[in-house]
Design a protein around this ligand. Structure first.
Ligand SMILES: N[C@@H](CCC(=O)N[C@@H](CS)C(=O)NCC(=O)O)C(=O)O
Length: 211
């Protein structure tokens, strides 16, 4: 398999974590989102991902999978161990709720293309990001207060943690105030030290900090 991704992309990191949890090997193909106007916009990559975003997972038979949660869902169904969703149906719903808050309620609002548009409109992109990421973090803290065990939802690693660790990384990158979500941060920092999360950290990727 080949994973087209970018070291600092939170959606890419989610897929790297899932691959690591499943013990699956892959070739790392770096797509530089900034250099030369962004390699995601070049014809060669747009053919693989018409949204001009990372990640894209190319299977050995050439099939292209896009959208991090769809890719992770495929990996989880194809390689069920360890499961990335709880067996209990209510815990499953809480896990998906947390993932969806991050996938549709937070990450898209600080995506590069959105920030570039805000910059062009001379809007305060930092205030924007802090507002929307802060709002999402408060909702996640409420989920943690209600449902956390060792992990964000109950006592097994899940899709919620796969989204959470990159999301907290992004929040810190954008200087978002984390004082209102102490349990979330406590869980995230503990889980981030686990091998599947730490080995896939942006700073440990081959394209890290390359301009
Ligand atoms: N919902 C998509 C989001 C993908 C996404 O926003 N990727 C960002 C990096 S995290 C990207 O490629 N941005 C490029 C751009 O905005 O030009 C997913 O989960 O895969």
């Amino acid at each position: 398999m080949k994973l087209y991704n970018y070291w600092r992309s939170t959606s890419s990191w989610r897929v790297r974590i899932a691959l690591a949890l499943k013990g699956l090997a892959y070739d790392y193909v770096a797509v530089h989102l900034v250099r030369d106007g962004g390699e995601q916009h070049k014809d060669t990559y747009r053919g693989k991902n018409p949204m001009e975003q990372v990640p894209t997972l190319e299977l050995d038979d050439g099939t292209l999978l896009r959208q991090s949660l769809a890719i992770i869902g495929y990996l989880d169904e194809k390689h069920p161990s360890p499961p990335l969703l709880p067996d209990d149906l209510k815990l499953r719903a809480f896990t998906r709720e947390a993932a969806e808050i991050m996938n549709s309620g937070m990450q898209p609002l600080h995506n590069l293309a959105v920030l570039e548009r805000l910059r062009a409109a001379t809007m305060d992109e930092k205030a924007w990001t802090r507002h929307f990421v802060g709002r999402g973090l408060m909702a996640l803290e409420a989920i943690a207060q209600e449902h956390a065990g060792r992990y964000l939802v109950a006592d097994a690693v899940s899709l919620a943690d796969i989204c959470l660790i990159p999301q907290i990384y992004a929040a810190r990158r954008f200087d978002v105030d984390l004082t209102g979500c102490p349990l979330l941060v406590q869980i995230a920092d503990r889980v981030a030290a686990e091998p599947a999360f730490s080995s896939t950290h942006p700073d440990r990727q081959p394209d890290a900090n390359k301009t």
